[in-house]
Design a protein around this ligand. Structure first.
Ligand SMILES: Cc1cc2nc3c(=O)[nH]c(=O)nc-3n(C[C@H](O)[C@H](O)[C@H](O)COP(=O)(O)O)c2cc1C
Length: 252
């Protein structure tokens, strides 16, 4: 029997959680790619975990594509672990719609917030980040116990007005803000180190004439913005005075 955890991560939080969970369960990790769905079809899976970040109280486009390709005949114990900075609305329901089936279990894990592209949104303070990493340890242990016991549970932080967030605000967000057309690199700061290109989980950035060029299939994860060592990358003017998040500052 096969037990597998599939993950998608932009800035590393979900990969961090997925690794801890895989260690606690003794399971294997695999990135969410359409090519990995085909291996799923061939296996008689006993349990499948999906670990990914919440984007606008819903699922990232990469997760949606993976979930839609999920084999309809497969009947593993299926669970989702969703990392979010604050609250996740009805992300689990959005995922279930894309999968075409119910999840057996669903969990949210609070992690440092990486969303910075709208007024009023910024990275968490160092203290808040440390607190979230402390809580993550306990939460992952709890999740692992639930999964080992094949518990049908939902331990989720939906937050206030989940319906409005997921079904009214999210479509607007996806329509107007999931785009790379506002990303620019400041040529006076950029040293063409290529970190943005290497860190992009969907291979959307090429370095051309010593500057990053976005190739219009952005996942909206902001990994490029956060990874830039000189804060040379901005999303319009909105992020010029915002903070950057680096997971490695908090890893033990
Ligand atoms: C485009 C985008 C949208 C986000 N939307 C939400 C949200 O609706 N609710 C929330 O609590 N956090 C939200 N966040 C924060 C992330 O879910 C959180 O920081 C997550 O742990 C990042 O995971 P990653 O490092 O694996 O990419 C958003 C982040 C991004 C980049």
């Amino acid at each position: 029997m096969w037990r597998m955890i599939y993950y998608f991560s932009g800035t590393g939080n979900s990969l961090y959680v997925a690794r801890h969970l895989a260690d606690a369960l003794g399971e294997r990790l695999c990135t969410m790619q359409l090519s990995s769905v085909s291996s799923l079809k061939e296996q008689a899976d006993e349990s499948v975990g999906l670990v990914f970040p919440v984007y606008a109280w819903g699922i990232p486009s990469v997760v949606e594509a993976f979930a839609k390709a999920f084999p309809k005949g497969a009947k593993p114990f299926l669970y989702a672990v969703m990392t979010c900075g604050d609250d996740m609305g009805y992300t689990d329901r959005v995922l279930e719609k894309a999968l075409g089936r119910q999840l057996d279990a669903a969990f949210s894990v609070l992690m440092p917030d990486v969303y910075v592209c709208l007024p009023g949104f910024d990275v968490d303070s160092k203290e808040e980040c440390r607190e979230k990493f402390l809580q993550e340890e306990t939460k992952v242990k709890e999740i692992a116990e639930c999964i080992k016991a094949r518990k049908q549970v939902r331990l989720l932080k939906r937050g206030p007005f989940p319906w409005v967030k997921t079904y009214v605000l999210r479509p607007l967000f996806n329509r107007f803000l999931v785009t790379d057309k506002y990303f620019r690199a400041d040529a006076s700061k950029c040293i063409a180190c290529g970190r943005c290109s290497k860190t992009c989980p969907v291979g959307n950035i090429l370095i051309i004439d010593d500057l990053p060029r976005w190739q219009s299939h952005c996942a909206g994860c902001l990994a490029c913005y956060h990874a830039c060592p000189y804060h040379a990358i901005n999303f319009g003017k909105m992020t010029q005075h915002k903070g950057q998040y680096n997971l490695y500052n908090y890893m033990k």
